[in-house]
Design a protein around this ligand. Structure first.
Ligand SMILES: [Zn+2]
Length: 274
């Protein structure tokens, strides 16, 4: 999945420092990111040595390389759509760009105090924004569930209505206030597909900064009627697909959804991954 960048190690301790020449500076504009395509086709981002902007926001590190958020354009780079990030190699750059985007989005939407309206300031030692009125704000992470509903040798797969992603999906949705993740699983499966589930079991989680989410993956068994009633506002289709009819997942290798469909196809859904 996107966060699996071993042997490199992601370090999210908030330890701001000055940029070095080999560090990377991400600059976003709307849903675009500053980048350039190298001769070998790889996507490259501005290096510390190429960036003139003095004041940069420290984000996190991967091994000895730090990542920063900049706001100014850099010579020889241009803004490209964010989706270019999803296919960039090596994968740790894809993960770093996604997580930087999550933080950029949070900083960008929390410039003023929600309590008194004054401008927020960066906390010196915490990844937090603070106001002189005492309001302290931490990054917003939205928990959501992804559910593989299993009916014997079949799994419930869906296709979204009106979204850019046209591939196979699983039932998914945000946790609502006051709900456990398991409540969300039961509610979303009923809302999207009109069926009940039992024996809900946790599989794995995934940070998904493209949408400021933390995704929690569960498998669950169908409980009762297998007749599907889809939520047409949300889904284009939903169907039971047997294990041997599923195509191997190759394109969607970064996502928890792709991993869960592939895990089911291989008959390994009872093996929890860390
Ligand atoms: Zn305030």
């Amino acid at each position: 999945m996107i966060q699996d960048i071993q042997p490199r190690r992601y370090d999210n301790a908030y330890t701001p420092r000055e940029k070095r020449d080999t560090d990377i500076v991400f600059v976003f504009r709307g849903r675009e990111i500053l980048a350039r395509t190298e001769e070998d086709g790889a996507l490259a981002f501005p290096k510390g040595a190429e960036v003139r902007q003095k004041k940069l926001q420290y984000l996190f590190s991967i091994d000895d390389q730090a990542f920063f958020l900049g706001t100014e354009a850099v010579e020889d780079y241009e803004f490209v759509p964010m989706r270019a990030l999803r296919c960039c190699e090596p994968k740790d750059l894809c993960f770093a760009g996604m997580t930087a985007w999550h933080l950029y989005n949070w900083y960008d939407t929390h410039r003023f105090c929600g309590k008194c309206g004054k401008p927020m300031a960066h906390h010196e030692t915490l990844r937090a924004l603070q106001c002189s009125c005492g309001n302290l704000v931490f990054p917003v992470i939205a928990p959501a569930v992804i559910v593989g509903v299993i009916n014997g040798d079949k799994i419930l797969v869906t296709r979204y209505a009106g979204r850019e992603f046209k591939g196979l999906a699983l039932v998914a949705g945000f946790c609502e206030i006051g709900e456990t993740a398991e409540d969300t699983v039961r509610r979303e499966v009923m809302e999207e597909a009109g069926v009940r589930v039992k024996n809900i079991r946790y599989f794995a989680s995934q940070p998904w900064g493209f949408a400021s989410d933390l995704l929690l993956g569960y498998y669950a068994e169908l409980d009762g009627s297998e007749e599907i009633h889809i939520d047409e506002a949300e889904l284009q289709s939903a169907a039971w697909v047997s294990r041997d009819k599923l195509e191997p997942v190759v394109e969607n290798r970064l996502s928890l959804t792709g991993t869960m469909i592939e895990t089911f196809r291989l008959g390994k859904e009872n093996h929890r991954i860390p």
